[in-house]
Design a protein. Structure first.
Length: 463
């Protein structure tokens, strides 16, 4: 059930229809033609500056016949509404789906098979790939969810990977070293084989949460999406061996990542806030395309925009919560305030637990670079309080853990000679030896606060 009491929408279109009707002020149809080169990104940027985060539907995008939707995941409220969850309890909903996965169901047909374009008739130029920021090397597709099947386990991995226009049926792909898609690709390349994939656009928002799941290699991300939806996702087998795609997607590209080919990819303005990542990277060749009638092309604006940060943070925080809770049972909360950064609050019972929390966090997400651990009296969403805890509870010679030479994000512009190898830092900003033994925080007595009525002393209206 969604918050209005109706059924959970079955697909992206169903969600967009529901949301436009339920929240018309958060849904904006743009009739005027928009240029995919910078203009779409400029509209989004200006709206963000005005603190507006509606779903945008561009009816006419220059050079393409597809309508484009963007900003679908721009707030927790929108994503939560798609699965009928309470946005304030989203973490519990996500964790419950991880613990109660529902395996996918194979079907033989579905709306995505309305139309098929063959390899010879396909041209990326017919699709509205976007150029967002100055410094982007070429038009990009960022909302493509890459599905790949592990040949040994038969389980499907899902991830978002930026794809750069290179030619009629070729795009460059960026796969972070150490992430699962890169591992699958490497296993196939070791055998001189291409990795067959599908690139899926325009699925129910639960798909994005599953694709951004962070867990061990081999976790079935389709089953987590099923868990979020409360029903199995319906999948169709593709023409290439090992390819699989959702029956309800708007557009699906069947493709292979070629072995032993590397071409220039990037730079691209990334969520880190920088134009980074120029390098020699693998190449994807499209072999066929399936589309629904009146297909909608989904876009996620590249760079440091709300949508990317909001959608990625939900699964990331759920993963940190689950793994740290395993090491420190008195974990209170986790918060990801910026790229590569984590703040954790714990109720420290024993010395060393802040370090246990850091190590659990570092080992469960290669992107994490800085972890700050505070006591439960600190509001971790208030960065000023966190800095205060560091200022008053940390001595750098004993409370900072530095781990050099660890795999991190290759998009970290501060890493040295070796791309993607970083120094990790944990800051134990808990009170030592314990909060109860530490000087007390300033507090006006509770009973005085409770009994005193401010309006007896000042006129608040006049202040
Ligand atoms: C919009 C968007 C674009 C992304 N682009 C990339 C990318 O180009 N390369 C990459 O390695 N990860 C990218 N990510 C992050 C991965 O999708 C994410 O780390 C995912 O959990 C990886 O899954 P895997 O470890 O199962 O392969 C992107 C995430 C989002 C939200
Ligand atoms: Mn994975």
């Amino acid at each position: 059930m969604n918050p209005s009491g109706g059924e959970i929408p079955k697909d992206l279109r169903g969600f967009l229809e529901y949301y436009e009707q339920a929240h018309p002020r958060e849904f904006c149809r743009i009739e005027k033609e928009v240029d995919p080169r910078y203009e779409a990104a400029a509209i989004l940027t200006k709206l963000e500056q005005a603190r507006k985060l509606p779903i945008l539907r561009y009816e006419k995008v220059k050079g393409s016949s597809f309508p484009v939707v963007t900003n679908v995941y721009s707030t927790k409220k929108k994503i939560a509404a798609s699965i009928g969850a309470d946005p304030r309890r989203f973490r519990q909903t996500y964790l419950a789906a991880m613990e109660n996965p529902i395996p996918p169901r194979l079907v033989t047909g579905g709306p995505v098979l309305d139309q098929t374009i063959s390899q010879d008739d396909f041209d990326w130029k017919d699709f509205p790939l976007m150029t967002y920021h100055q410094g982007d090397a070429a038009p990009y597709l960022t909302a493509g969810m890459v599905l790949a099947e592990d040949p040994e386990t038969g389980r499907t991995n899902a991830s978002f990977n930026r794809l750069m226009y290179q030619g009629r049926n070729r795009v460059g792909i960026f796969m972070t070293v150490g992430k699962h898609l890169h591992e699958m690709y490497s296993r196939m390349e070791d055998q001189d084989q291409p990795l067959p994939i599908t690139i899926c656009l325009g699925s129910h928002p639960a798909w994005a949460l599953g694709a951004l799941h962070i867990g061990p290699y081999g976790d079935d991300e389709l089953a987590i999406i099923g868990g979020l939806l409360g029903r199995p996702v319906e999948m169709i087998r593709g023409d290439l061996p090992g390819t699989i795609f959702p029956a309800e997607a708007e557009i699906v590209f069947e493709a292979v990542i070629e072995p032993h080919i590397r071409e220039e990819e990037g730079p691209f303005c990334e969520f880190s806030g920088y134009a980074t990542g120029r390098g020699l990277r693998p190449v994807v060749t499209v072999t066929s395309v399936h589309l629904r009638e009146k297909a909608i092309f989904q876009d996620i604006c590249g760079g440091q925009h709300r949508e990317h940060l909001v959608m990625a943070t939900i699964p990331m925080e759920a993963n940190f919560y689950r793994t740290i809770k395993g090491a420190v049972p008195t974990l209170v909360d986790v918060h990801v305030p910026a790229p590569f950064s984590l703040i954790v609050s714990i109720k420290k019972r024993f010395p060393g637990q802040a370090q246990s929390a850091m190590l659990a966090a570092f080992s469960s997400d290669i992107y994490l670079k800085h972890a700050i651990v505070v006591d439960e009296d600190v509001d971790i969403t208030n960065l000023q309080e966190v800095i205060w805890a560091i200022a008053t509870r940390v001595q750098a010679d004993t409370d900072i853990l530095v781990i050099p030479g660890v795999r991190g994000s290759s998009l970290d512009p501060s890493c040295g000679q070796q791309e993607g190898v970083v120094t990790k830092m944990g800051i134990d900003a808990t009170a030592k030896p314990s909060l109860s033994a530490f000087p007390k925080r300033n507090k006006v007595p509770r009973d005085v606060l409770d009994r005193l009525k401010l309006e007896d002393y000042v006129n608040l209206e006049e202040l």
